[in-house]
Design a protein around this ligand. Structure first.
Ligand SMILES: Cc1ncc(COP(=O)(O)O)c(C=O)c1O
Length: 368
């Protein structure tokens, strides 16, 4: 894979790229908090008040009260028993897998799970089987093959970033034996779906008892870092993992800003409501025009066209309407690439309609 074009965010909804300012439906800053004045102020205050880093592991001389405060706020926001801060979303899955090494007999992995879960699966040091994407019957069959004495660990994304779909967590939990555990990488669901922004678990109305939810602070929360939200018995093990014990925690100003981000989302539900309304505004019209995958609730609109020529025509149409074409090739996405439009709570109705009107004349590929 190649690195993408360098670009610079402008006024929340635009991007400066190759000298042009274009309307932006990319990235994962779902509430555009990365440039929010209160987040920026919290980083500046945090830096002044605490400095940059403790320069040591939390298990030696590197702990700081701000980490405990952030973890308490995260646990409260997500209604989890315990939250453990990590350096990134990717690290959440690796740290959790390190901590759970040797505890499970089988790993069952959704075939389209994020690459960080693939890496985590290897760390668990037991057979890894894939099941069909978002398929309860597929998981059920795999669980049956594990045998009666199995201790299975199921790994899935919560909200799939490729198309905005949510894993059928309630169905998975029903099939999971008491000896099993479900790990939900909710990097994209946290802060975007569920009545209070708790993510896929809330959207699917499942209790957290037999689930570990891993999240990132770099998408809907607009900061950086990650967290593992887990029952206490799992969290105690995570704190013994090499990654937790042997690394310097998140820079202090970022931890301080993450507390502000949680407050912004918790105290004002209008962001969540706007995100849902904006998403539905685009998807409803595209659905009516035969675009597939627009029934999913996540703020992502995937568009795959029938030919390379059609892709080139849509890119030209988008640029003509001053919209950046977010054309991606990413692990797990269609091999020829596709357009992935990301809706934010900051987009205006006019901007959303500008996107929809540009897309409607194109005829999408309906099978993926
Ligand atoms: C599903 C999923 N999990 C984990 C990550 C990693 O999160 P982070 O970028 O915070 O490391 C990403 C990031 O793109 C993701 O999409």
């Amino acid at each position: 894979m190649e690195v993408g074009e360098p670009m610079q965010p402008v006024r929340h909804t635009h991007i400066r790229c190759r000298g042009n300012t274009l309307l932006y439906f990319g990235g994962c800053d779902y509430h555009r908090l990365t440039g929010h004045p209160r987040i920026l102020a919290a980083i500046a205050t945090g830096l002044r008040r605490y400095g940059l880093s403790m320069a040591a592991s939390r298990c030696t001389t590197g702990n700081h009260k701000i980490y405990g405060q952030l973890e308490a706020q995260l646990a409260r926001f997500f209604a989890a028993e315990t939250a453990i801060l990590t350096n990134s979303g990717y690290v959440t899955n690796l740290m959790l897998a390190q901590a759970l090494q040797g505890e499970f007999s089988h790993v069952l992995l959704d075939e389209r799970a994020h690459v960080s879960l693939l890496d985590a699966a290897v760390l668990l040091q037991c057979p890894v089987w894939r099941f069909a994407h978002r398929h309860v019957a597929g998981l059920t069959a795999a669980l049956r093959r594990c045998g009666r004495r199995a201790r299975p660990l199921v790994l899935t994304d919560g909200l799939y970033a490729g198309d905005g779909s949510i894993a059928p967590l309630a169905g998975y939990l029903k099939q999971l034996p008491q000896t099993g555990l479900l790990v939900v990488d909710d990097a994209h669901g946290a802060g975007t779906v569920g009545a209070t922004g708790r993510g896929s678990l809330e959207a699917e109305r499942v209790p957290p008892d037999r689930i570990v939810q891993t999240i990132t602070l770099s998408k809907a929360f607009g900061v950086y870092g990650g967290a593992i939200l887990a029952p206490r018995r799992v969290a105690d093990k995570v704190r013994q993992s090499h990654l937790f014990v042997g690394s310097t925690p998140l820079p202090l100003p970022l931890a301080h800003a993450a507390i502000t981000a949680l407050r912004l989302l918790a105290n004002d539900r209008r962001r969540l409501l706007r995100l849902a309304a904006n998403t539905e505004r685009v998807k409803a019209r595209l659905r009516a025009n035969g675009f597939p995958h627009c029934e999913f609730p996540g703020p992502v609109v995937p568009v795959q066209l029938r030919s390379l020529q059609a892709n080139a025509q849509l890119k030209a149409a988008l640029i003509a309407r001053k919209i950046l074409p977010p054309f991606l090739k990413y692990p797990g996405s269609p091999a020829r690439g596709y357009f992935r439009f990301v809706i934010s709570s900051a987009h205006t109705k006019g901007q959303l309609d500008q996107l929809t009107e540009t897309l409607i004349p194109f005829s999408p590929l309906t099978v993926r």
